[in-house]
Design a protein around this ligand. Sequence first.
Ligand SMILES: NC(=O)c1ccc[n+]([C@@H]2O[C@H](COP(=O)([O-])OP(=O)(O)OC[C@H]3O[C@@H](n4cnc5c(N)ncnc54)[C@H](OP(=O)(O)O)[C@@H]3O)[C@@H](O)[C@H]2O)c1
Length: 327
Amino acid sequence: MKYRKLGNSDLQVSALGLGCMGLSFGLGVAPDKQSSIALIRGAFEAGITFFDTAEAYGPGVNEELLGEALGLVRDQVVIATKFGFKEGKTNLGVDSRPENIRAVAEASLKRLGTDRIDLFYQHRVDPNVPIEEVAGVIQELIKEGKVKYWGLSEAGVQTIRRAHAVQPVTALQSEYSLWWREPEQEILPTLEELGIGFVPFSPLGKGFLTGAITESTQFDSSDFRNQVPRFSEENRKANQVLIDVLKAIADAKSATTAQIALAWLLAQKPWIVPIPGTTKLHRLKENIGALDIELSANDLKEIETALAQITVQGDRYPQHFQKMVNR
Ligand SMILES: NC(=O)c1ccc[n+]([C@@H]2O[C@H](COP(=O)([O-])OP(=O)(O)OC[C@H]3O[C@@H](n4cnc5c(N)ncnc54)[C@H](OP(=O)(O)O)[C@@H]3O)[C@@H](O)[C@H]2O)c1
């Protein structure tokens, strides 16, 4: 396994983490509990030490899974979780009132079966609570030993700066991938300046960048991708051109498109740690294979040139979710 440090912090994690959301939330029918526990343990055995969850995944169920799966190896892993939705439900909107942050911290500790949260992210910025106040509560939780490091998710640069000024931020977790590159404009330069690590979520484009999803793929009715404009049948068809390009690059490197998507992210900055999600051990191992793929400056240029010819069709979020990002 290769390891990376998140920004200027001393928080070291495997260079790829495991996004655990799909084991209980968002991506259709979840696997049964025993299979999920086996997957998480399989990830640890394969060298993954960085596990991503949230109060909202389930809600609560995903944290309980991690607690049970990782109990015996707790001291060898870094567990990241998130607070900040009302009652832990993404459809009820945000809630970062100090009393809610504290209550979620206590409940998450219990569900994870641990005495500290290694990395505690605010899941979405709450416009009703100044970020300085949020940072202040986190500072107290850090002093109490209940939280080790903290982070933000989908926050805008001004919020990141204000938060960091009160209590140093260790990582930003936001969407970033070959088909969502907006963070390159303002976010990545700001993180580099401040020494904050970056954890790209949906690094495989919620599965699309692997080539396993086509216009004829049917998602379960509970699958969030049914609501995402980028995943409409029409847009999946139009965006297939991106997969064709990636496939050609992957074939030339004897790699898979999923591996190229991850290797490309890893090549952007040494303080980037993607967290691809999967429910299948063979795919997890395939994804870990990305760590052995070195993309040269020429490879990166080739990808850049190919991508420049393509306009990705469809928004990455439905409107009500779009309102909660980049605040
Ligand atoms: N902070 C936030 O707001 C936020 C938002 C979204 C996600 N996240 C975090 O980021 C993690 C990852 O994001 P994500 O799950 O949205 O998207 P992702 O990692 O880009 O893609 C996950 C999807 O890709 C499929 N997949 C994975 N590896 C594959 C491979 N090698 N070949 C073919 N298909 C493959 C998975 O299906 P199978 O299970 O069938 O393999 C799953 O449907 C989540 O688990 C969560 O922890 C955070």
